[in-house]
Each structure stands twice: as structure tokens, then as C-alpha cells.
Write a protein that binds this ligand. Structure first.
Ligand code: IMP
Length: 431
């Protein structure tokens, strides 16, 4: 097996960082295909916690090639900061092991300012964004006035385009959002500084990936956010602005669909979401508090407490259908220890209807009442289990039920934040 995508199956924060970290050991190349620094991939190695927002977390292993694909929106200041942090950990990114797509879009100061101002505005629906300028950057991309890394390479053209966009953005900032204007010369100076430090990493990464795949290199595509936050398939408008589901790999990297051999879905043993939007199995009681506390459910990017609830198999099956997962990684199973009974949502009651397929209508979703199936919980400590057979009977019963509802086997079961707190049932890279 040569190429694998790792995709979040819920609303993000499924614990992809740990799964990527585990599998990156077996890969030669690790690629981010969508999103920007709205993501936060946490990896814990020997009690040292690293959170990466832009750089693929796979680069924490020695001798890996990291790639930022064209589907991303990149804030150069954040990228440089992350590179400096890695350097302090003796992980040095250089033009031989790190590449940025010339087609990736830049996040500019007006994107952040617009994002934050809209979230404060009373006349717009609050999405609960991460405030990193992600939505406005993708909006400009679709509106064909975005600036790309390739623009940054041509100084004069970059200046011309930037000044023209800032003229328009300043009108919008002032008149519509009542925000101060930006100084185009200051932004230009700042970004020309980034140009000097980043230009040597910029290349046609579609061409690069094609070459690496033809050479037989093992490539891991690292998803960010989750399927339910996908711009097309998620709980629109409470979504991010990119293609977080597997379709984003092809548009966001410039490779053909048949280049991808395996798609691993990452799903948490319960559900969480940050930001606004419907969440049928949300719990605002002591069980919700248990999940937040035991699962350390606080945003890796913004520190916001995550909303927590029971496992939703309607969401899980929807994700399986959209992504065509060939295997799944179940994460944070240990967080459920001590809860009894364990509830799994198998459908929604919407008015008088029983619904078992994920609805597109947000009104429906907002009034959906979960239909639960109860299973016995366990009290035993499970973090030290290394084989499936070491798990308590009730844990095995819970896992088997989830598998049968999802219709896809578990390849990995994660039982804690550490690399070794994992049961590996099938490593896709070793087949
Ligand atoms: P944006 O991506 O900052 O525009 O935020 C849009 C929505 O996606 C908000 O509800 C965010 O909380 C959510 N979101 C964005 N990135 C992540 C992530 O990495 N994990 C979980 N939620 C995210």
C-alpha cells in the first residue's frame, strides 16, 4: 500500500494528530490538503505535547517530506513561527524536505480582521469560527481575488494585486464593518519579508507528488477538521470553508483519485464539536462534563471548551458513505471508562418521523431527538491494554456494536494520548 488519506469522520478534533503520528512512521511524505491554521493537531511524545496548526504533524518523525497542498490557505507568520518552534526541537525544515504549493492561497491581515468583525457583528449569524481568517481567504479564492504563493514570487505583480485588493477591502471594512482601514504599504512590507524567508520552499507540489508517487514513495494525506465541517457535506452554514472530506485530497493536491489506495476515517468513541451549529447528541449534564473533563476536550487552536455528547451512528454512517472509508481508527475510548450505561444514537425522531439518514435541513437537525440504544459500561482501567483480547467484555461489546453500525472494521483503537496507548489491528501501510 502506497498512499493513504486520514480523514476526520465527525466535527473535527477526532484525534487525527495521534493517528497521523503513528502512521507517518511508515510514510515517506506527509501532505496537508485543506484548511489552514484553524486546525490544531496534537501529538504527545514522552509527555512532550506538540500542537501543529499548519505543518503536517508527520514531520515530527525524522527524514519525512512535508507538503502544504494547493487546497490550503496559509498564514505565513504562523507558518514561520511553527518552523521556528520545530527548529528549537531540532526538526529543521529545508528546501529538500518541506514544500509549499505555489497555488496555495495566502491569508492576509484583512482576512483575519473581516473574520473577527463578522463574528462580533449582531446582524450576522455567528458561526463560532476560529477567527484565523479562514472563511474570508477561501471567499477571495472563489471570488478570484485571492493572492497565491506564486504571486508572492513576482514582487511587482504582487504589489499591484495587493494594493488593488486592499483598496476594495478598506471600503468594505470601513463602510460595512465599521473597522479601521489597513495600510497597504505596511502590509506589503510585511509580506515581502515573508517572501524572502519562504520563497525557497514554494514549488508546483502537484508535479512533485506525481513524481514521488511514481518513484514508489509512501504518501500520507493528512486531513484537517472533519467531514461534518466540510463546506459541501457538513452542517452548512456551520462549517469551515474548505473540502475537509476525502474529495479535498484530489482538488487540494492536484492528484488523480486513483492515486489514493486507502482512506482511514478517524472517529471518537463519543462526539464533540466547537463553535455553533446543531449537535443532536449534545449533553449538557454531568455525563457531558465527564467527557469534557476526562477527554480534555478543550480546543487545541482556540482553547474553547468543546461541546460533548454520545456517539452518533447516524453521523458515523454518513461519513462512511461520503468518504468510502476502507478502515477506521477509534479514538479516546478510555474517556468512556466509568460511565454506565453507554448510549449510542442510532436514529433521530424529527416530529413524527424516525430518520436514520443524516438530514441536510438544519431546522430538522436542530429539532432532532436522538433515539438511543444502551450498552453496559465498564469500570476497569483500559489504557494499558495492548491487545484487543486484553479489553473488558463490555468494552469489546461496545466496539463490536459500533463496528456493525458503521459497517467498517476498526484498524486502530486509541486508549490514551501516548503513542504506545494504541491497539493496532491492521496497519494500512503494511499491506
Ligand atoms: P473556521 O474554519 O475558522 O472558519 O471555523 C468554522 C467552523 O469550523 C467553526 O465552528 C470552528 O469551530 C470549526 N472548526 C474549524 N477548524 C476546526 C478544527 O480543526 N477542529 C474543530 N472545529 C474546527
Amino acid at each position: 500500500m502506497q498512499s493513504l488519506a486520514i480523514v476526520g469522520a465527525q466535527w473535527g478534533d477526532e484525534g487525527k494528530g495521534k493517528v497521523v503520528d503513528y502512521l507517518a512512521r511508515h510514510a515517506d511524505v506527509v501532505v496537508r490538503y485543506a484548511g489552514g491554521n484553524n486546525a490544531g493537531h496534537t501529538v504527545v511524545v514522552k509527555d512532550q505535547k506538540t500542537v501543529l496548526h499548519l505543518i503536517p504533524s508527520g514531520v515530527l518523525h525524522p527524514r519525512k517530506i512535508g507538503v502544504l497542498g494547493n487546497g490550503m490557505v496559509v498564514d505565513p507568520a504562523v507558518l514561520l513561527q511553527e518552523m521556528a518552534d520545530l527548529r528549537r526541537r531540532k526538526i529543521v525544515l529545508h528546501p529538500g524536505n518541506f514544500f509549499i504549493s505555489d497555488r496555495a492561497h495566502l491569508i492576509l491581515p484583512y482576512h483575519r480582521r473581516i473574520d473577527l468583525a463578522r463574528e462580533k457583528s449582531k446582524s450576522r449569524k455567528k458561526i463560532g469560527t476560529t477567527g484565523r481568517g479562514i472563511g474570508p481567504a477561501y471567499e477571495d479564492k472563489a471570488n478570484r481575488c485571492g493572492l497565491r504563493f506564486s504571486d508572492l514570487l513576482n514582487k511587482d505583480l504582487f504589489e499591484e494585486k495587493l494594493r488593488s485588493v486592499i483598496r476594495e477591502k478598506n471600503l468594505y471594512l470601513k463602510a460595512i464593518l465599521q473597522e479601521p482601514k489597513l495600510n497597504a504599504s505596511a502590509v506589503l512590507r510585511e509580506y515581502l519579508g515573508y517572501r524572502e524567508r519562504l520563497r525557497r520552499f514554494v514549488t508546483d507540489t502537484s508535479l512533485l507528488l506525481d513524481r514521488l508517487l511514481k518513484e514508489g514513495k509512501k504518501v500520507l494525506f493528512e486531513g484537517a477538521q472533519g467531514t461534518l465541517l466540510d463546506l459541501d457535506h457538513g452542517t452548512y452554514p456551520f462549517v469551515t470553508s474548505s473540502s475537509a472530506a476525502v474529495g479535498g485530497v484530489f482538488s487540494g493536491c492536484g492528484i488523480g483519485p486513483l492515486s489514493l489506495q486507502s482512506i482511514l476515517g478517524v472517529i471518537k468513541a463519543y462526539t464533540t464539536r466547537v463553535g455553533e451549529g446543531p449537535f443532536p447528541t449534545e449533553l449538557q449534564d454531568e455525563v457531558g462534563a465527564h467527557l469534557r473533563r476526562e477527554g480534555d476536550e478543550f480546543g487545541a487552536t482556540t482553547g474553547r471548551p468543546r461541546r460533548c455528547g454520545w456517539f452518533d451512528a447516524v453521523v458515523g454512517r454518513y461519513s462512511v458513505r461520503l468518504n468510502g472509508f476502507t478502515g477506521m481508527a477509534l479514538t479516546k475510548l478510555d474517556t468512556l471508562t466509568g460511565l454506565n450505561p453507554l448510549r449510542i444514537c442510532t436514529g433521530y425522531r424529527i416530529g413524527r418521523r424516525l430518520v436514520t439518514e443524516f438530514p441536510s435541513d438544519l431546522e430538522d437537525l436542530e429539532r432532532a431527538v436522538p433515539v438511543y440504544e444502551d450498552l453496559p459500561g465498564w469500570r476497569e482501567e483500559i489504557r494499558s491494554a495492548r491487545r484487543f483480547e486484553d479489553l473488558p467484555q463490555a468494552t469489546i461489546q461496545y466496539l463490536r456494536r459500533l463496528e456493525s453500525l458503521l459497517g467498517v472494521p476498526f484498524s486502530f483503537i486509541s486508549l490514551g494520548p501516548q503513542r504506545e496507548q494504541t491497539i493496532v489491528l491492521q496497519n494500512p501501510f503494511s499491506t
